[in-house]
Design a protein around this ligand. Structure first.
Ligand code: 4AD
Ligand code: MG
Length: 431
């Protein structure tokens, strides 16, 4: 008999099935063992009736340690009270691998303990739910980009230059006569690719030597970065809105159970509706000050400021046209006001902060050279990047979506470290 996945049990009601997985939990009474089998696709209760097993077998089933690998044959009965609507009436229970005493118990553990046992913690219900949501988010991005005619272009991980400031660079000591770094962003390469293929994107790991330990910072995180030729800031904002709405829609559609496991307030997600609010940096500063949250025009928004701004809305808010000093060298200046950069940040609702940063790129050679000098960067290092402005430069733009921060908001968890399978942070490289 072939094995059935827990997620497919609803279609197998009334039939005999074989399940393979791990013992997640057990309750026992005199007459029954109620075994929870998990197989990654779901968890199902299997009822072992003493009358149908011999005495010794029944006793042994009651002693199988948690997280042992097990195989259960039985009848799939539909049962409204059971999660997923199915319960297994077990005919046989076989232990495939007896587990040693499992270090993670059902009681609360501190985050350090759990992170040190991430390889096992990943098996727990909430972590499995988070990984399913992560998978759905990434799949939605790829589906949506494909539907919109974008080509996936993988960006290199080793790079000779900084993209997002030099303070968070990871240096790699390997390449002869040349400094190399782990990439902070694939953007510059996507700009080259956009001039070759039109609309492109990359989705991969990026690295920042963040000195701060916060709920929102990883040193290795995944970024989705689309880039469009013949596009301005408005086009970038439209793509952001279309994509984020679709992500929310698909997670609500396909990850209901996961959101319930995570005790996410689903109503909050259902309130996310396009069109999303758009507000300039200057308007945001004025409103903050008017409401008594004092903020001086010109500075970058910090986490508390972002929380204030996002609290005005139910949907993600697009804050655009920041002072150029707080933004990267590649941003185009606003033709209406040269103090401003044509950049946009997206702040997630409920105080989850910035999940997207992007904008329109400087496409004029001389302005870009000037900007590189102002930022104290080496023109020589950016020779290839400047070539893009020499050979058929066109208006273009794109953005970077932080995958973990987006999942963090959608799932309603406190910390981005749970939104990536194996988090890397200032004090965390194991396991
Ligand atoms: O705003 P950032 O730095 O923008 C860029 O890197 C652009 N080059 C992207 C582009 O236009 N193609 O980063 C983009 C997003 C942030 O909004 C945030 O969601 C995420 O990446 N991010 C981080 N996520 C987790 N940990 C960190 N240390 C992060 N730094 C940025
Ligand atoms: Mg940013």
């Amino acid at each position: 008999m072939t094995r059935t996945r827990v997620r497919d049990l609803a279609e197998a009601t009334g039939a005999e099935v074989v399940l393979k997985g791990w013992l997640y939990n057990r309750r026992s009474s005199k007459k029954f063992h109620f075994l929870l089998l998990r197989d990654g696709s779901g968890i199902v209760q299997c009822v072992v009736n003493r009358d149908e097993f011999d005495e010794q077998q029944f006793t042994e089933i009651g002693k199988i340690p948690y997280e042992s690998a097990i195989e259960i044959c039985g009848i799939a009965n539909s049962d409204d009270r059971a999660p997923g609507g199915v319960e297994i009436h077990a005919n046989s229970v076989e232990c495939l691998c007896i587990a040693e005493e499992y270090p993670i118990s059902k009681q609360e553990h501190g985050p350090d303990f759990l992170l040190s046992h991430r390889h096992l913690w990943l098996r727990s219900r909430k972590q499995v739910a988070l990984m399913h949501i992560r998978d759905e988010v990434i799949r939605t991005i790829r589906d949506e980009m494909h539907a919109r005619g974008f080509t996936c272009i993988d960006a290199p991980i080793f790079t000779p230059t900084a993209c997002e400031g030099t303070s968070t660079l990871f240096e790699v000591d390997y390449f002869e006569d040349e400094k190399a770094y782990l990439t902070q962003s694939g953007q510059l390469y996507m700009e080259a690719a956009a001039m070759a293929l039109g609309d492109v994107y990359c989705l991969g790991p990026t690295f920042r030597a963040e000195k701060s330990k916060t709920r929102r910072h990883l040193t290795e995180f995944w970024m989705f970065e689309p880039e469009m030729a013949f596009a301005d800031l408005d086009d970038v904002m439209s793509l952001i809105e279309g994509l984020l709405s679709r992500i929310v829609e698909r997670v609500l559609e396909h990850c209901r159970e996961e959101l319930e496991v995570l005790e996410r307030d689903i109503e909050k997600l259902e309130k996310v509706q396009s069109p999303f609010p758009r507000i300039t940096y200057t308007e945001a500063v004025e409103r903050m000050n008017a409401e008594g949250h004092s903020f001086e025009w010109g500075g970058d928004l910090g986490a508390p400021d972002e929380s204030v701004i996002s609290s005005w809305y139910d949907s993600p808010v697009l804050v655009h046209r920041y002072p150029e000093e707080v933004k990267a060298f590649y941003m185009k200046r606003d033709p209406q006001d040269s103090r401003l950069a044509m950049g946009v940040d997206v702040l997630a609702p409920e105080g989850y902060g910035e999940i997207i940063g992007g904008g329109q790129r400087e496409d004029d050679l001389d302005s870009l050279v000037g900007r590189i000098q102002e930022h104290g960067l080496s023109e020589e290092d950016f020779r290839w990047y400047l070539d893009l402005r020499r050979y058929g430069s066109v208006p273009h733009g794109g953005f970077g979506l932080g995958v973990e921060r987006t999942i963090c908001w959608l799932s309603g968890v406190d910390h981005v470290r749970e939104c990536v399978p194996f988090p890397r942070m200032l004090y965390r490289i194991y396991p």
